[in-house]
Design a protein around this ligand. Sequence first.
Ligand SMILES: [Zn+2]
Ligand SMILES: [Zn+2]
Length: 256
Amino acid sequence: MTRMRLTVLGCSGSVGGPDSAASGYLLTGPGMTPVVLEFGPGILGALQRYADPGAVNIFLTHLHADHCADISGLLVWRRYHPNPPSGRAVLYAPEGSALRLGNASAEVGGETDDVTDVLELRPWIEGEPLDYEGLSITPYRMYHPPESYGLRFTTDTGKVFAYTGDTAVCDSLLDLARGADVLMAEASWTHDPDNRPPGVHMSGVEAGRTAREAGVGELLITHIPPWTSREEIIAEAKSEFSGPVHAVSPGEVFDF
Ligand SMILES: [Zn+2]
Ligand SMILES: [Zn+2]
């Protein structure tokens, strides 16, 4: 029976903060190869408290640096650890990840490190569920500058966990979240519809409204940047959604 545990490794939005790495969540379950969902700055260090970095697979919702920059460190770990892991890590990401991650890891500007010696790269296919060792995962295209996906996880006990990645409000956001037991939504700024660029992030109001309109059981808020008030974001979300609202912190554990 696959049940899933999510451990928050880092949840600081857009950049690392004084008390948290940037985005990264460890997903574990009985008999399941652990997955690190997002691999932002600081995540490789935080991961070592909980799991062997050489023994995890990786899911990236998009290729902004705050969600993938520590992959360069993971490449070093897999290549140069005195007891190197056998086999390659599977990494699901949007198309183009070989070039994006290879550029970040190159020795000099303009070159591309071939990362396929240690990573097996697989692209997300929009709307197409994939089976990950008994866990069903459906990617939904989100509304964010680079190609970005929200992920809807269904365990074999029927529990649904939806994660927005980074996104602004869009139609597919409701499809992603509809009826989920738990929605983990980004909220990166306080609500000011006249003063925010379209197609980037959500406010606390929008995260709460999404939770209400999608009829989710519980709302977890993440990706609050160091310069944004956590208290204001929570209050905004609660003004729209009457169910449980919680802003996640590093080290917290959630079971599905
Ligand atoms: Zn981000
Ligand atoms: Zn982003």
